[in-house]
Design a protein around this ligand. Structure first.
Ligand code: ZN
Length: 180
């Protein structure tokens, strides 16, 4: 079973405190992926920063995606639907103290399609933890972004070289799913 993971497509990362100008371009592709996944009954999982004021990560980045604020909400174009799973995280990895692993195991998921922000940070750390736990990793390169082209490119290379991620694109995944 495959699941789509949507990482940090939150107001603060797309429009607010830690805005990534390049994020806009990937929104239609993530939308396409989650719509087809829902239609095919593949789990759609949101992995969202939801920081507490005591979080260590804020020392590096300043306040962002603070739990309960608008900045921590998923952007309006990609709002979760009622059957999606929404998990809060407080560090880069979507696995760290979030319960994601048991959710995936209960759903018999063995492959993660990782999307969202940023290729070289939260996507990378989520991929690391997925790899350690034996999940196969697929990354549609037109559904993830980073602050700069360099960060994005290096992020993808790292995912491929270190976590054996299949780097592909949205249309190829959608086409494959539609045949299932
Ligand atoms: Zn954060």
């Amino acid at each position: 079973m495959e699941a789509v993971v949507v990482i940090d497509i939150l107001e603060d990362f797309v429009t607010g405190e830690l805005k990534c100008e390049r994020a806009k371009g990937i929104i239609p592709n993530i939308k396409k992926l989650i719509e087809v996944a829902r239609k095919k009954n593949f789990p759609v999982i949101y992995s969202n920063d939801a920081h507490l004021p005591t979080d260590f990560e804020l020392k590096k980045w300043g306040k962002h995606a603070m739990r309960g604020t608008r900045g921590a909400e998923v952007i309006s174009q990609l709002k979760p639907s009622k059957d999606d799973i929404v998990l809060e995280k407080r560090v880069y990895s979507g696995f760290f103290e979030t319960g994601l692993d048991s959710v995936l195991r209960n759903l018999k998921v063995d492959t993660l399609v990782l999307t969202g922000l940023h290729t070289n940070m939260c996507v990378r750390h989520t991929a690391a933890d997925a790899f350690f736990r034996g999940y196969r990793i697929v990354v549609p390169q037109d559904a993830t972004e980073a602050f700069t082209e360099k960060d994005y490119k290096e992020g993808l290379e790292y995912l491929k070289n270190v976590y054996n991620a299949e780097i592909t694109d949205t249309n190829k995944i959608v086409k494959r799913w539609e045949k299932k």
